[in-house]
Design a protein around this ligand. Structure first.
Ligand code: HEM
Length: 422
């Protein structure tokens, strides 16, 4: 598609000047964002894309300061994904910029993952809510198309607040939330979180919001997906932690990580309600430009699933895992699982009967939370998508309907029941 929109001369000059004296601490992000935001990432003028590609060429020569170089590299990764023809879920959500905890990190860091994820969760969700407030106040005209009505925004705020209240309490940021009206309380939460944020955290929020179009509701869509990804990242490291603890027979720690994983998934439930306030027509409008980016490519979701137990061969050879080749490779190379660790620990005779039963209960509670997640996701997808195929090239909801019933574990039974997150 030809990009013919007029460009503001200031952006062109700002990048031109920067290219003449490339300093990673002074890259003109705000000017670039303004252009991306004015028409959406799908409609960025070719000239700007060419300039950004020139910036990228300089990256290998920009050794320092490293965090700034890395941020610029990650930003270009998401800004140039469409132009490069490698647009996908990861680049749509700008996941590298979120610097989520990872199973690649040393296992000792697992204990700190929750506080990192709490911070990100409240920042991402309040950013979504702050955008809604700003539109109501008339202080922004960004993403002007298909504005939701007031009732919908109030609902969005209520569900968003429900999603972050546990994390706000753990961060001791809930003290001043005394307004009775939902919009006012939302504003209080946004202010408390903003005041707590470091400058580079604020920058990350700015750089991780590159909608493909100019439809209002894409903002909440992106933020909710990013927040769920934060939860999946936490689950992945905690389940890995549970497995390691079980292998070392540290039962209390394994239980701690299992309970933490169940709680994290349960707490994320209201995010689905928040996303359900997205207008179906809005979703169908911006979705024309998200083809190729599907959460079927979520690495952390598949890491979680495959850490619980080894996927069946049929699933491993289906789009579910062919969409995440690195994860599939690790499984084929012989990844250990919680299922295996539990079976091995029980079989060794090292565990008391009571401990084995507590562990089985912990695994069952987590499995139930995951089944609830799948059901709620399925219902939401049916509502938003109808009969249309998915952006990850599956048949869409028939695929999701089928995968709802996959056993989470094999070593402990989990009755499959139709329950949903609330
Ligand atoms: C408008 C809301 C949503 C719709 C219509 C939707 C639709 C779909 C569809 C059709 C698939 C199948 C793969 C494909 O062809 O794309 C899928 C997979 C998936 N979605 Fe969603 N989704 C929605 C929201 C979400 C959210 C908020 C998350 C949270 C990150 C999410 C996570 C996933 C995951 C992890 C998969 C892979 C499941 C698997 O392979 O077993 N989705 N989604």
């Amino acid at each position: 598609m030809p990009f013919t929109r007029e460009r503001p001369e200031t952006t062109s000059n700002a990048i031109g000047d920067w290219l003449g004296d490339p300093d990673p601490t002074s890259f003109p992000y705000e000017q670039v964002l303004r252009e991306y935001h004015s028409g959406g990432k799908h409609f960025v003028p070719d000239e700007l894309l060419r300039q950004l590609a020139d910036v990228r060429v300089l990256l290998p020569g920009l050794a320092r300061p490293w965090p700034h170089v890395e941020t610029l590299a990650f930003f270009l990764d998401t800004a140039l994904d469409k132009a490069d023809g490698r647009y996908d879920y990861r680049s749509y959500l700008a996941l590298p910029l979120l610097r989520l905890p990872s199973v690649q990190d040393p296992v000792e860091q697992d204990l700190f993952a929750r506080s990192r994820c709490d911070r990100l969760t409240v920042q991402l969700v309040t950013d979504a809510l702050a955008f809604e407030s700003a539109v109501l106040d008339g202080s922004t005209d960004w993403l002007p198309r298909m504005r939701p009505d007031l009732d919908l925004v109030v609902k969005r705020c209520k569900h968003g607040m429900r999603a972050i209240k546990p994390a706000l309490a753990r961060m001791a940021l809930d003290g001043g939330l005394d307004a009775a009206a939902p919009l006012e309380q939302t504003r209080q939460a946004c202010e408390a979180v903003r005041a707590d944020m470091a400058l580079d955290e604020r920058r990350v929020l700015r750089l991780t919001m590159l909608p493909v179009d100019t439809v209002h509701d894409e903002h909440v869509f992106l933020r909710v997906l990013q927040t769920f990804e934060t939860t999946f990242a936490l689950l992945a490291v905690q389940l890995r932690g549970a497995m390691e603890a079980l292998s070392g027979r540290v039962v209390e720690r394994a239980l701690h990580f299992l309970a933490g994983s169940e709680a994290a998934l349960r707490e994320s439930g209201p995010l689905f309600s928040m996303l359900a306030t997205m207008q179906v027509e809005s979703f169908r409008t911006f979705r024309q430009f998200t083809e190729g980016a599907s959460a079927i490519q979520s690495r952390n979701y598949k890491i979680v699933e495959s850490l619980c137990r080894e996927p069946d061969a049929e699933r491993l050879d289906s789009p579910a895992y062919l969409s995440v080749p690195e994860v599939r490779g690790t499984i084929l190379a012989g990844q250990r699982t919680l299922d295996g660790a539990y079976r091995e620990a029980v079989g060794s005779g090292d565990l008391s009967e009571a401990d084995a039963a507590r562990l089985a209960d912990g695994m069952r509670s987590f499995a139930r939370a995951l089944l609830r997640w799948r059901n709620t996701h399925y219902r939401l997808a049916v509502r938003m998508l109808g009969e249309a195929p998915g952006t990850g090239y599956t048949a869409g909801t028939p695929y999701l309907n089928a995968v709802r019933e996959i056993d989470v574990f094999r070593s402990v039974d989990t009755p499959w029941e139709i329950v949903e997150c609330r």
